[in-house]
Design a binder for this molecule. Structure first.
Ligand code: BGC
Length: 462
């Protein structure tokens, strides 16, 4: 992600942790398929949500009213967003593609900046358009999973000489008013909500190191933004439950370190054997506040389920390559560990709100991973977690199509590729992973043929 650099500080975490290597893909069936493993072809739970994840600003095009667009207009990004991939207009055919893969869920975001273009001014046409999108998903048998804030927010929230965005003391209340509008508009149609996308990514990049909008720096801004986002989530949670008590609500964090409630206790550190990634990272967090907010910073009563965006486990390699999404290491076994440790701590269902793999403009990856192998391997380890008793609600692949990767077009994450920078027709071209995902979703299982073709030896990275 251009600009998403949490770099130097976070590298320290990984160095402390001292772990993590990607597992290069091999050719044969895995040593991971041991006696107690999930058998090939075994089913995922009934009602499992098979989906794709998308985000408004990255896909829609034409949203000229948010803080990222303002920065894009100022030329602060490597490449222009142009029309993104025109999801705003092409959503019916894009949802057909999702349906065509046999999926039953669709994660998309609503852009606050479209719904409330000026403070207190509500755009009914924009709300209606989102309503049409939600209806289109439902009509295709795709359960809508709605993100209420995917990094971007109305430009007017920054148009002040004082604090910007989540640093504004009134930001949580303003957000709650928008959430109320959306929750009432889509009551009964949407049941699964994510309030804020990756507050732990935004806090660092947007409010500490100043590498993404709103370009704020320093510990004070960082602390205020964390407090603001936690308050915004908690207010949004209460609002969504007030409107419809059956709503299921969470916030999805980027999985590099969530904290497990570990606090610094030197005497306890070695009590149960050598320090772990979690305990060392917990100490670092206690001294520096990095990275925040942690999952444990949220009131657990405001998390109906635990949602994670899983791209790689905690690793030096991941953090050193954070600028280049196409070099993010693949560590599928860590997905099982992440689910198992989060369930052990929270005892709540888990949603994989994002998982995926980028190439550099469709070129084969240097480490040999293909999208289809990545998909199969991650789902194998997710299945392992399920077999070990973790209630996993569903899996949202990032992403349906290539899209604007926060400043440039080079990382390609799509099941369908689209050249948003150079192809005015924005043609969706299926990658080989489309047929693979279709086989998995339609059978609600990992067919034996896919496992033997794609599984690689697991090299646990923690
Ligand atoms: C974000 C997406 C992003 C993806 C790949 C996630 O951090 O939610 O918006 O495109 O990762 O970088």
């Amino acid at each position: 992600m251009n600009g998403r650099v949490f770099g130097a500080v976070l590298v320290t975490i990984a160095l402390l942790a001292g772990c993590g290597q990607a597992s290069p893909p091999g050719t044969s069936a895995s040593g991971g398929l041991s006696a107690q493993s999930v058998g090939p072809g075994e089913k995922f739970p009934a009602g499992f949500l098979w989906g794709v994840a998308t985000a408004g600003f990255q896909s829609e095009g034409g949203d000229t009213n948010n803080n990222w667009y303002a920065s894009e207009q100022e030329g602060r990004f490597k490449e222009p967003i142009k029309d993104a991939v025109d999801f705003w207009n092409r959503y019916p055919s894009d949802m057909d593609l999702a349906k065509g893969m046999g999926l039953d869920a669709f994660r998309m975001s609503i852009e606050w900046s479209r719904v409330e273009p000026l403070p207190g001014v509500w755009d009914q046409a924009a709300l209606d358009h989102y309503g049409a999108m939600i209806d289109a998903a439902i009509a295709r048998g795709l359960d809508p999973v709605i993100t209420l804030n995917h990094f971007t927010y109305p430009a007017w929230l920054d148009a002040t000489n004082g604090p910007k965005g989540w640093d504004r003391p009134d930001a949580p209340d303003l957000f709650a008013q928008y959430v109320y509008k959306v929750a009432t508009a889509f009551k009964g149609k949407v049941h699964t909500w994510l309030t804020l996308n990756e507050p732990n990514a935004l806090a660092i990049g947007g409010f500490l190191t100043g590498q993404i909008p709103p370009w704020q720096t320093g510990p004070e801004n960082y602390d205020d933004a964390i407090k603001g986002m936690i308050a915004a989530h908690e207010l949004a949670y209460r609002t969504l439950h007030m409107v419809d008590p059956t709503n299921q609500v969470s916030t999805n964090l980027f999985y590099y370190y969530f904290g497990n409630g570990v606090t610094y206790d030197p005497t306890a550190l070695w009590a149960d054997g050598p320090p772990t990634v979690q305990s060392l990272s917990g100490i670092l967090h206690d001294f520096t506040g990095l990275p925040g907010p942690r999952l444990s910073d949220f009131d657990p009563q405001t998390l109906d389920f635990i949602a994670i965006d899983f791209y790689w486990g905690i690793s030096v390699q991941g953090l050193l390559n954070i600028r280049e999404a196409y070099n993010w290491p693949q560590s599928p076994p860590d997905l099982e560990k992440a689910c198992e440790s989060l369930y052990a701590q929270y005892h709540k269902p888990i949603l994989i709100a994002e998982n995926g793999m980028a190439t550099r403009n469709l070129a084969p990856r240097a480490d040999g991973w293909t999208r289809e192998a990545s998909l199969v391997n991650h789902l194998y380890y997710l299945h392992q977690a399920i077999a070990h008793g973790v209630p996993v609600m569903g899996y949202m692949y990032w992403s349906l199509t290539d899209n604007y990767e926060w400043g440039d077009w080079t990382p390609r994450f799509g099941l369908y590729s689209v050249d948003g920078l150079n192809d005015p027709s924005l043609t969706r071209v299926p990658t080989a992973a489309v047929a693979v995902y279709r086989q998995i979703a339609t059978s609600n299982s990992l067919p034996d043929s896919l496992l033997s073709q794609y599984m690689v030896s697991g090299t646990p990275s923690n």
